[in-house]
Write a protein that binds this ligand. Structure first.
Ligand code: SF4
Ligand code: SF4
Length: 94
């Protein structure tokens, strides 16, 4: 068995500059689930907006309005952090 490489010996992989996700149109592929919101249960805390790794939460000024499904990847973080359960993940029909 060959000796394992130290992390410093590994080649540098591709990387995305932080906070630029909204500039990189990624299309509509997802994990198989997508977020839906019950707006009447939303208290506009914007935790989903803070945590979304794909800048897929849409706002009108500082008011939560929904999701941009061209960026959402179905990671479920928004549903996890939503304190009121306003966001649920639903299976996406293909
Ligand atoms: S499922 Fe993930 S990518 Fe999609 S809106 Fe929620 S946090 Fe963002
Ligand atoms: S985390 Fe939930 S309550 Fe907070 S803004 Fe998002 S949908 Fe609304």
């Amino acid at each position: 068995m060959s000796e394992l490489k130290d992390w410093r010996d590994l080649p540098v992989a591709g990387r995305v500059t932080p906070s630029t996700a909204e500039q990189l149109h990624t299309g509509g592929w997802r994990t198989g689930v997508m977020p839906e919101v019950e707006l009447s249960a939303c208290v506009n805390c914007l935790l989903c907006w803070i945590y979304c790794p794909d800048s897929a939460i849409t706002l009108d000024g500082t008011t939560f309005t929904g999701f941009d499904y061209d960026y959402c990847k179905g990671c479920e973080l928004c549903a996890e952090v939503c304190p009121t359960g306003a966001i649920t993940m639903v299976e996406e029909l293909t």
